[in-house]
Design a binder for this molecule. Sequence first.
Ligand code: ATP
Length: 217
Amino acid sequence: MIDVQDLVVSYGTATALDHVTLTVAEGEMVALLGPNGAGKSTLANTLAGLLKPASGTVRVGGRLALIPEGRQLFPDLSVADNLALGGWRSGQRDPSPVYELLPRLAELSSRRAAVLSGGEQQMVAFGRAMMSRPDALVVDELSLGLAPNVTADLAGHLAELNRTRGLTVLLIEQNARLAFELCRRAYVLESGRVVTEGESAELAGDPRVASAYLGGA
Ligand code: ATP
């Protein structure tokens, strides 16, 4: 569903992604870990078509939606209007399937995005992405700035969509514990390169990964 081969992306003369190869099969949920500045958002934005590769290929076999880092909502628009913007390309006007999925959004529908909590805003970003009726979802830092219980709630929704609708997910996370819990497979990106990849269970047991991403646990 998502097929990235030998991808190079640069900002001017600075190389942000250096020959990255990564795949996510249809219906799979895969994690991408890495420290700040590793190139994770660059990959997300390239998958979403916002950045152009210098070389290599990016193929997405279906409709892809991005939950961008920092949510990027329109703060002065209502929740309903933010959702409507998500349906612009797919032509989906009716938010009720998203309200069914995330009932809290129905309660918040007339509120301005700016007054919502971080978790509520992330839920709007999630709902907005689902308005485009995606086959695949790229989530850039689901847990960033959110309380653990709020993150767990959103992660639960994501896992359910994956399980019940076969939604393909690339989960970009700094929280390795969460990523390993949700995803059977993971990639580790450092300085623009994939340095490790494999089954989450294996990676969690790798001392280098554990000390860098699981606080030495
Ligand atoms: P973070 O978690 O901090 O967002 P990241 O893994 O998502 O980090 P990127 O944001 O993709 O990393 O950044 C990768 C590299 O590219 C970094 O060195 C960053 O400074 C650089 N970079 C990102 N955006 C730009 C830009 N618009 N112009 C120039 N350099 C950039």
